[in-house]
Structure formats: C-alpha cells, structure tokens
Design a protein around this ligand. Structure first.
Ligand code: GLU
Length: 508
C-alpha cells in the first residue's frame, strides 16, 4: 500500500510572508487536495535569535485570507503534534536522534568557542578558499570528539563545557536523490561542511529538526524553495543514518521567483512600487511597513491564480483557473526548474480579469468596506450591487472601486468645470434646464429611453448631443470618468439627477 499523501509547509516565524512562501503553501495545498491527503503546517522556530513576535499569527492570517488553510497546525491541532519545533524540543523529541548519530559515528561533539571558529576562518582563508568551512579538511585541526582523545572528550562533557553536535560528512561519497521537478540530483559530500545538528542550548538546528519531524509526522512529499537544495545532501544522509532512505519523502525544490534584477526581494517591491508580501507586514523592530497584495487590492482568488502560474502551467494556453480547477490540473511534474519571472503588470491583469468575472455579490462586502473607510456613506446595498456590476470591468485593483462608485452615494464636491467652461453657451444652459424637466417627467426611466429623450431634445434645440454628454457627465460624476452616463443617471434616480444638473448649471 502506498503511503498516505501528507505534505507540509514549514515556515520560520521571522517576518512577513513573501510571494515565494505563499506559492510553496499553494503547491503543497493543491497537491494534498488532489491526492486526498493532509496539509500540515509546522512552525520551525528553533532559531530563537531570529524569532519575531507576531510573525506566526501573521502567517495564519495570510493563509486564511488566501483560502489555503492547513488540516493540521499549532492552531488547528492534529495527531502529530506539537506543531511548533520549540515545543517538540521541550518534549525531548530531538536529543535521542543526535545521540544515535554520535553512537553510530555519523556525528560528533564540537567544543570550539566562537573565537576559535573565527580564528579558524582567519588562519585558513586563502584566495581560492575565502571562507573556510568546518569540514573534513579542517575538522581534525579543531577541538572536537574526533580530534581529542576519548578521555579529554569525557572530561569536557563531564565538566559541562559548551558544545554542539556536528554531522560528520563523508569525505568522498556521492549523495543523490530524485527531485520531482529536477530529476536526479547529485552532490559530492567532500564539498559540504559538517553542519551543526544540535546547538549549545540543546535546540536542534533546522537540518536535524526537519528530518526528524518529517519522519515523525509521516510526511510523504516535501516541497520547498530552491534555496534549500544545497542542504539536501545533509538531509539525505540524515535520513539514511536515522530512518532508512525508503522512508524519505519525495522532494521537490521549487524554482526561484525572479524580480526585475535577480531573485525577487522586498527591496524590489519598495523600489518598483509593487507588493511582495501576501498582506501588510510591519516589522516590530523597525516599524517598517511592507505592503501586501491584500491591502493593495488583490482578490485572494486572483492572487492564488497568479501564484500558481509562477512556475507552473497545465500545458495549454489557459491562464485563468479557479482553486478547484487548479486542484484538478496541478501536477508537480509540470512545475519547471528555471526561475519564474514575476511581472506586476501581468499580476494586475489577473486581478482585473477576476474582478470582471467574479459574482458581484462576492465583491459587495469588500467594496462596501473600502467605501466606508473612505467616508462614503453606503446605506443601500442593492444599489451598490447594481453599481458594482456596472463598473467592475473598469477596476483593476479594489481601491479603483472608490473612485468609480463614490459619486453614486455622495454628490461630487468639486466639478471639473474647466473641462466644460470654454465651450459653454447659453443654448446649452437652456437645453439642460429643459432636460431637467424631461428627467423628472420621464415615465420609462431606463438608460435607452433617457438617451433617446436626450437626443430628441438636443435635435430640437439644434445642438449636437456629443457636445452635451460631457457637461452632463461632469454634473453627475464630477470628472471625465465612470460608466455610460445614462446608466449613471438611471441608478442615481430622477430626483438626484435633476438636482445634480441644477447644481452644475450654477457652476458653469
Ligand atoms: N524552515 C524552513 C523555511 O523557513 C523550511 C524549509 C523546508 O521546507 O524544509 O523556509
């Protein structure tokens, strides 16, 4: 029987959630759903020096917004907890594996102080090797249980000397595994350093914790960013030494997301004015705010759609996918290995398309919130719904709705008088005085009927209707924007339309 599909997203709570992180979540989620599996979220907080308050709650908020909620997590519980590595450490879940590796001769104690490590880097630094590593070439020159005698080691241990546990990387082995995206990947162990597995404070490092936890949580597939590929040989060896390679999950290392100049960074976002994080994130230390896709006005449906396409396609030209369609179409084999370029204009295109096609009822609460935030009084939700349907194809980002809808609820404070003034005439004034009456008396108050009446009156007064439409728009809306002007008038209603025309006439 093949293993039940269990995947995991394993963020470290160190700050905002980057586009690449959410894409990793998404691919995990899609894969789990497609195969009827479980999607686990594990908090990797073993590096206490990088811990940032609020980052964990923020991650959950982002996933909630994006609709990518895990089945198991510190928040949702599950049978494989605890789901925070710090709590797993407190429950003593790692030490025995470090001990086992030492007993087997695959790991050793190292007593070097930070000063000694720094000295090593200074002494062995050469032009060819500018940053010497703690590896098979240098380990015997350092202070560890391989270079010291058993008696010396025992003495240091008995005295409670500060120590870490390091993996003993084999000197000349080739370690390989099959990546679901990249195929067979091989590494020469001679090039990999003796990574720390257990730190002086007894905390496991990421390398030990990720392997132990993936094993204990029965993870079947592990998907993570390409930046973790260099760590893979360490993890493969740990699997081999501790649990056997048959138990190892299938790996996929997802392609980098590229910005205008190399790997997409937070700085790119600030420089080019686009969001890089899922939601607004304020760094608690510096108070620096990094903008999020949510607050910028992206729909979560559009956000996950555009993320899915950053590195994957279904083999056709199809670009717009609902979440269910993604679940059906997704396969890790169709993710490409090459970096995926993030194009903000294209991202906006996705959002525009989603706004255009999504049910207006779904937009209603979002737009209403935005209008209220902008102090536009919205009391009539059914009017707002009609307005949304009328103007949504003009909106790319949600805040665009504010300009496009506010004049329906609040008469424009200022009219773009300059746009009308130079061509304004007494005849036009007379026309609009008469048109006000037409509006008020119109029995068939529909856009088409009103337009016909408008044109008939213009013909009667011998004015081209084209010259009258702009003044009408400015009176109703305030500026040169908005949907067809007779649609606006009908939604405003007879009374409000007539009042706005009267008010406009006073200003022209
Ligand atoms: N804690 C790692 C991170 O922050 C997880 C890497 C992995 O998924 O193995 O990205």
């Amino acid at each position: 029987m093949s293993k039940k599909v269990r995947v995991r997203f394993a963020p470290s709570p160190t700050g905002g959630l980057h586009l690449g992180g959410v894409r990793t979540v998404l691919y995990n989620y899609l894969f789990a759903k497609k195969h009827g599996g479980d999607f686990v979220l594990r908090i990797e907080d073993t590096d206490q020096t990088r811990y940032v308050a609020g980052a964990e709650a923020y991650i959950f908020n982002c996933l909630e917004w994006a609709g990518l909620v895990p089945n198991e997590s510190p928040l949702h519980g599950g049978n494989y907890g605890p789901y925070r590595q710090s709590e797993r450490k407190a429950a003593g879940m790692y030490q025995q594996y470090a001990d086992q590796l030492i007993e087997q001769g695959h790991a050793y104690y190292a007593f070097d102080t930070p000063e000694e490590l720094e000295k090593m880097r200074a002494i062995y630094k050469t032009a060819e090797n500018p940053s010497p590593q703690y590896d098979h070439t240098l380990r015997m020159k350092m202070r560890n249980s391989l270079s010291l005698s058993a008696a010396e080691t025992n003495q240091l241990l008995a005295a409670g000397t500060k120590k870490v546990v390091r993996i003993k990387m084999p000197q000349n082995e080739t370690v390989s595994f099959t990546d679901m995206i990249r195929g067979e990947v091989s590494f020469d162990t001679a090039l990999v350093d003796d990574k720390v597995l257990l730190k002086a404070d007894g905390m496991p490092t990421y390398h030990l914790a990720v392997v132990v936890d993936d094993y204990l949580m029965q993870i079947s597939h592990a998907f993570r960013g390409e930046e973790w590929l260099p760590s893979a040989p360490v993890h493969v060896l740990l699997w081999k030494y501790l649990f056997g390679l048959e138990a190892m999950p299938q790996w996929a290392h997802l392609p980098l997301i590229l910005g205008p100049s190399g790997k997409l960074s937070k700085r790119d976002g600030a420089r080019y004015g686009f969001p890089v994080f899922a939601m607004n994130w304020t760094d608690p230390k510096t108070n620096e705010l990094t903008e999020g896709f949510k607050e910028k006005g992206f729909l979560p449906e559009a956000f996950i759609n555009l993320l899915a396409l950053l590195g994957w396609n279904d083999g056709t030209e199809k670009e717009i996918f609902s979440k269910d369609e993604l679940v059906n179409a997704f396969s890790m084999e169709r993710v490409h290995a090459a970096g995926a370029k993030f194009d903000y204009e294209k991202a906006k295109w996705f959002n525009h398309d989603w706004i255009k096609h999504v049910d207006s009822n779904l937009l209603l609460p979002l737009v209403k919130d935005l209008l209220l935030q902008n102090e536009i009084p919205v009391t009539d939700e059914s009017l707002l719904l009609q307005v949304i349907s009328l103007i949504k194809d003009r909106c790319t980002l949600l805040p665009d709705f504010v300009q496009q809808t506010s004049f329906f609820f609040k008469a424009p404070q200022q009219l773009d008088v300059a746009a009308v003034k130079s061509k304004w005439t007494d005849e036009k004034k007379t026309f609009f005085e008469a048109f006000t009456e037409t509006v008020l008396q119109q029995t068939d108050f529909t856009p088409a009927a009103l337009e016909t009446a408008f044109k008939e009156l213009a013909a009667e007064k011998n004015i081209k209707p084209g010259e009258l439409q702009l003044p009408l728009r400015i009176m109703l809306v305030g500026g040169k924007f908005g949907p067809p002007v007779f649609d606006i008038a009908v939604l405003l209603g007879k009374k409000e339309t007539a009042e706005r025309i009267k008010r406009g006439l006073k200003q022209f």
